[in-house]
Ligand binder design. Structure first.
Ligand SMILES: Cc1cc2nc3c(=O)[nH]c(=O)nc-3n(C[C@H](O)[C@H](O)[C@H](O)COP(=O)(O)OP(=O)(O)OC[C@H]3O[C@@H](n4cnc5c(N)ncnc54)[C@H](O)[C@@H]3O)c2cc1C
Length: 210
């Protein structure tokens, strides 16, 4: 994965792959022999995806009988961590609020938005700070990021995961996220459920009952 900052918004059509690859080459060409070798893979790769890391902000994500879940409504920014967790939590809350309101969307949608508002705000803040770390603005920042990554990958798996958890705001946010427990269960009645699993990794989150 190549990540770079540009001073102004890039001008390209989302289907114009040659133009996108030219922009990528322009950002990285000649940096290092290894980087040039990776760029050569652009001519061979069967799959290529090029996109901006964009945070989506809307005052509401419901209108009439339509509401949005996940990235469509409140993407905090792809590749900066956690938006899959937010999408899964959003789907769970929406289903729960619809069930609680007996299918009445006029009650369920505002309740869904209220229940998600704080999580969405938190995710936005974490994503902005993760983007600053992942895509540094200075040479010093790039060098610090590379040294930190080397240190983390040199440690054994256990300590390295523990260190990552301690240092990522994203893991703390997603580990502390709770929503109503909408599922009738013999072990938990009317409690709150929280995310468990590995939100730092992003894609492996599950639910645990508090
Ligand atoms: C490079 C990259 C890295 C990422 N890394 C992470 C990470 O580490 N951790 C993390 O949590 N998240 C990460 N994400 C973000 C994560 O992929 C999304 O947040 C998540 O997939 C959102 O799920 P979703 O269901 O809301 O949307 P999507 O997964 O985008 O699902 C939307 C679906 O709707 C379909 N669709 C679109 N238009 C139509 C239409 N008109 N009719 C029918 N179907 C349609 C699409 O084909 C797609 O299948 C990353 C994203 C990218 C791009």
């Amino acid at each position: 994965m190549f990540l770079f900052r540009s001073e102004r918004e890039l001008d390209y059509h989302h289907r114009d792959v040659p133009r996108q690859q030219a922009l990528q080459r322009g950002a990285f060409d000649g940096l290092h022999a290894d980087v040039d070798r990776w760029l050569d893979e652009l001519d061979r790769t069967p799959a290529f995806s090029f996109d901006s890391i964009t945070q989506l902000r809307m005052d509401t994500w419901s209108r009439g009988r339509v509401t949005l879940v996940g990235d469509a409504g409140y993407c905090p920014g792809p590749a900066v961590g956690g938006s899959t967790s937010l999408a899964v939590v959003g789907a769970y809350v929406l289903a729960g609020e619809l069930a609680r309101a007996g299918g009445d969307h006029e009650r369920a949608f505002p309740a869904y938005e209220r229940a998600m508002a704080e999580h969405v705000r938190g995710s936005r803040a974490v994503a902005l700070s993760a983007a600053k770390t992942l895509i540094p603005t200075s040479r010093l920042g790039v060098s610090g990021l590379a040294q930190g990554a080397r240190l983390i990958s040199a440690l054994p798996a256990g300590p390295s995961r523990a260190l990552l958890r301690l240092t990522t705001k994203s893991a703390r946010l997603y580990n502390s996220m709770t929503v109503d427990d909408y599922l009738p269960s013999p072990t938990a009645s009317g409690g709150r459920v929280g995310l468990a699993g590995d939100p730092g990794g992003g894609l492996g989150s599950g639910f645990g009952v508090e």
